[in-house]
Write a protein that binds this ligand. Sequence first.
Ligand SMILES: C[S@@+](CC[C@H](N)C(=O)[O-])C[C@H]1O[C@@H](n2cnc3c(N)ncnc32)[C@H](O)[C@@H]1O
Length: 269
Amino acid sequence: MDKNPEQQNQLFWDEVAPVHLASYNIRMLKENGSLIDEIQLREMGEVKNRKMLHLQCHIGTDTLSWAYHGACMTGVDFSAKSIEIARGLANELNIDARFIHSNIFELPRYHNEKYDIVYTSQGVLCWIKDIDKWAEIIRFYVKDDGFFYIMDSHPFCLLFNEQKSGIPEVHYPYFSNRRDPIHFPAGDTDYSDSGYTIKNDTYEWTWTTGDILNSLIKAGMKIIYFHEYNKLFFKGLPDMIQKDDGWWYLPGYEDKIPFIFTLKAVPDI
Ligand SMILES: C[S@@+](CC[C@H](N)C(=O)[O-])C[C@H]1O[C@@H](n2cnc3c(N)ncnc32)[C@H](O)[C@@H]1O
């Protein structure tokens, strides 16, 4: 491997950004102004005029959605192609949002504004190489009277073999070696466009529930809640079906497996 795992992942995200511009629900974003689901809207509460930092914003669809709900948005992502598309969408929709092209781990070196809300969601933690540093960055950016919010895949459901139908098979380790990410060779189909075959290898880290909670506590945050849900924001397992509410469910396992968690934390002062 001539690139480190993060550099390799960056290539992957540059590759799929234009694919996602075609496969994400941009039409609904244009028609409705927002793609944010009812769980996040309820749990985040009123965001009007609040200054929000969106970490790992990808092509900016959620960043622009929160701007529609009245927040003053800054999105950050290390994929140059994603940021280019996000800026293009903001221009096209005439939405005032700022996008910064940066690895979040390098951001504090040149950006030190503070925010009412630090936000990240849906497919983010598996790309994070160091969970403790990640939590320190969140603490660095959140104002003393602000809060942090995340919605992501539940660490428990990341154990299962994503290629296998039938009874979910425990395949990946929960207690992973924190330094060594899992290698996914090119050739899989994209999570948002099943007709697209991925050309780049990727590397993903597994963080346990304890890793996530403890990283934030160590960084000086107080956990307000940790909620768990039985549905997912994408087709994570082959037998999952999408219901009319837009979420993906695994029939027969609705009361057995947590697929999403949400967490709110505030500075512990
Ligand atoms: C699944 S996407 C973000 C989720 C967002 N909800 C979406 O689907 O539009 C993950 C994003 O994380 C970004 N990313 C991964 N590691 C990063 C890092 N260290 N710094 C900044 N961005 C990163 C990728 O470029 C990608 O755009």
